[in-house]
Design a protein around this ligand. Structure first.
Ligand code: FEO
Length: 399
């Protein structure tokens, strides 16, 4: 059975939802699933914007057949070659040999590498100077390298003032019937998943996202159609504001993420004690055990808040392995512009703070507070040290 929705009177969502995939990209938990969006425009010519993951190919082709209703598919615009959007290109072209692929030269190289069995002799190469028309709709293409792969471009429909934004402005989460962000309470119910998507998928490429935002600022955009999640037709500014913050590595809120590793509970106890003292000082806190919460989720929290406390026992002469994973993830996603406090534990020689400092050494513009060290347990006699650390964090928040 087909499953489509009108985006506008002549533009249709023809994508699909996957609620069974356990790990997106083999890494990221997606308990609420994911949508693979594809859009089909019925103008004097018909044009499809990107395809979908093979997991939802059956409904995708039923959707296309339903919307085309016997018309031929004139164009396929390929904006991004990651297989969650290009996986069904070859199957689509087998069904629609008449279709001309409209794309840029970098995409074409990847198309040929992913699908060496296809000749790709009906291709129209475009760039930012290309004027492309399907009749009443006129399009421009904007290159968006590294948002999130090097070949990515986005497409602006000058007639309908719609930006087809590729991965940008996407979110994890299947579409539960609601296609538009204004059909749900996005900022209450979906912002956390949008942040987790942004930080993990394109968080490393803030400079490139900023560049795209600057280009987009010159366009009159009334609607955004991303490749995952909701279509935006209202309140675009509020979501763009989040992208400005995330891509410039600016905290959304003042507050502290406390992420700890703890083998026997003593480092966890020290972190809980610090969290209580921070709350006593009116500071927002959120605590994670790195052995329980995936690094990807903690990374998203670290993009949200202004301060981070990292606490670890000493393990093989370094910090705990799960803390090491988190720190690699932070560094790999260009974590920066934050105040960081370290807490270390050691049953004989605490070494974790040095190890954590080394792992953070590539991160830009971190303010490191004086680390707190403990032997086996945090002693009641160290209460004053805990107050000093809590004061230092609270003071830097109110400063
Ligand atoms: Fe949703 Fe970069 O692919």
């Amino acid at each position: 059975m087909y499953c489509t929705r009108n985006v506008t009177k002549d533009l249709f969502w023809v994508g699909g939802n996957d609620r069974r995939l356990a790990l997106f990209e083999g890494v990221y938990q997606i308990p609420r699933g994911v949508s693979y969006n594809s859009y089909l425009l019925l103008d004097e010519k018909t044009v499809l914007f990107d395809t979908v993951d093979t997991a939802v190919s059956q409904v995708f082709f039923e959707n296309i057949d339903h919307v085309l209703n016997g018309r031929k598919l004139d164009y396929l615009v390929v904006q991004h070659m990651e297989p969650d959007h290009s996986g069904t290109v070859s199957a689509l072209l087998a069904r629609h040999p008449e279709t001309v692929v409209v794309t840029n030269s970098k995409v074409l190289v990847q198309l040929k590498n992913y699908f060496p069995q296809i000749a790709f002799d009906s291709v129209q190469i475009v760039d930012e100077t290309t004027e492309f028309s399907t009749g009443t709709h006129h399009f421009r293409f904007v290159m968006a390298p590294m948002v999130h792969w090097p070949e990515v471009m986005v497409t602006y429909d000058e007639t309908a003032k719609i930006l087809f934004s590729a991965d940008a402005f996407g979110t994890f989460g299947a579409l539960d019937g609601a296609l538009f962000a204004d059909e749900v309470d996005f900022f209450r119910d979906h912002l956390d998943e949008a942040r987790r998507y942004y930080t993990n998928i394109v968080g490393k490429y803030g400079v490139q996202v900023q560049s795209l935002l600057k280009k987009a600022a010159g366009l009159d955009i009334q609607m955004i159609c991303p490749l995952h999640g909701f279509v935006w037709r209202e309140n675009l500014g509020a979501y763009l504001e989040k992208y400005q913050l995330w891509s410039s590595y600016t905290p959304e809120e003042q507050g502290v993420v406390l992420a700890y590793a703890s083998v026997y509970g003593n480092t966890a106890n020290a972190v809980d004690a610090l969290a209580c003292r921070l709350r006593d000082r009116g500071v927002t806190t959120t605590v994670y055990d790195v052995s329980v919460t995936p690094a990807a989720d903690i990374l998203a929290a670290c993009f949200r808040y202004s301060h981070v406390v990292l606490a670890s026992p000493t393990y093989n002469g370094k910090c705990f392995v799960k803390m090491e994973d988190l720190l690699h993830d932070l560094a790999n996603h260009n974590f920066q512009n934050r105040t960081v406090a370290l807490m270390e534990n050691g049953s004989w020689t605490p070494m974790a703070a040095k190890s954590m400092t080394d792992l953070l050494s590539g991160c830009k513009n971190l303010t490191l507070l004086e680390p707190l060290s403990m032997l086996c347990t945090l002693k009641n006699e160290q209460s004053a040290q805990l107050d000093v650390l809590a004061d230092a964090i609270a003071d830097s928040i109110s400063a």
